[in-house]
Design a protein around this ligand. Sequence first.
Ligand SMILES: CC(C)(COP(=O)(O)OP(=O)(O)OC[C@H]1O[C@@H](n2cnc3c(N)ncnc32)[C@H](O)[C@@H]1O)[C@@H](O)C(=O)NCCC(=O)NCCS
Ligand SMILES: Nc1ncnc2c1ncn2[C@@H]1O[C@H](COP(=O)(O)OP(=O)(O)OP(=O)(O)O)[C@@H](O)[C@H]1O
Length: 202
Amino acid sequence: MSLVIGLTGGIASGKSTISAMFTDLGITVIDADIEARLAVEPGEKAYNDIVSHFGTEILADDRTINRPKLGEIIFNNEEKRLLLNSIVHPAVRERMAQKRAKAEEANEKAVVLDIPLLFESKLTGLVEKIIVVYVDEKTQLERLMKRNEFSEEEAYSRIKSQMPLKGKVSLADAVIDNSGSIEQSRQQLMDLLTKWEILRAE
Ligand SMILES: CC(C)(COP(=O)(O)OP(=O)(O)OC[C@H]1O[C@@H](n2cnc3c(N)ncnc32)[C@H](O)[C@@H]1O)[C@@H](O)C(=O)NCCC(=O)NCCS
Ligand SMILES: Nc1ncnc2c1ncn2[C@@H]1O[C@H](COP(=O)(O)OP(=O)(O)OP(=O)(O)O)[C@@H](O)[C@H]1O
């Protein structure tokens, strides 16, 4: 039996950083952002639905979805964001469930589902334990602006489109505070996985 762990947090709180640590430990990670990208490739149902609702102006020259352009629209308009979610999330849910079943068949000790919108999209039923990667608000804003070269306003509109990180913390089985160094976060993860008996104590 595999322990199915949901890894979530806020935008730029450090989920990918922690998920890379799981991968280094040989633990399978299934990434919802990647599945969401695959779900909107040309030819997929969600792709057609997006084009029919948002128009061809959100396409790039090669007919793939122009992600910065679509992001600009949905992070500034709640109605459009919810519309996009209603198109993409069912496909993501299905893909995640399929991948989870495959990983469980392999009987690995743990499988990680990295899902930024685990709570917002009501996907908690897919997982058994939830880890929230937390950062304080100031650090989150700074890291997001730096990583994506966003203005403060652009970064803020994305943070505001998600459930407040503190609310996620209160729903978690475990929290990794990633406001400090990457090494400090790695130590928190190792301690947690030892406590959950996924890793053996030294
Ligand atoms: C709007 C899109 C085109 C922007 O693409 P882009 O390549 O710039 O960003 P990327 O997909 O890598 O997402 C980066 C982060 O933004 C946040 N985010 C993405 N979509 C959403 C959303 N609908 N609501 C709130 N936050 C979101 C997440 O924290 C995510 O990790 C894209 O994010 C998208 O299609 N979103 C809808 C699907 C979705 O909800 N994906 C999130 C995981 S299911
Ligand atoms: N402890 C840390 N110290 C300094 N920088 C960090 C730390 N953790 C993450 N970062 C940096 O902060 C940014 C956000 O981290 P990361 O990409 O892991 O977040 P994420 O939660 O996966 O983001 P998203 O929601 O957009 O997918 C990255 O540029 C990363 O290199």
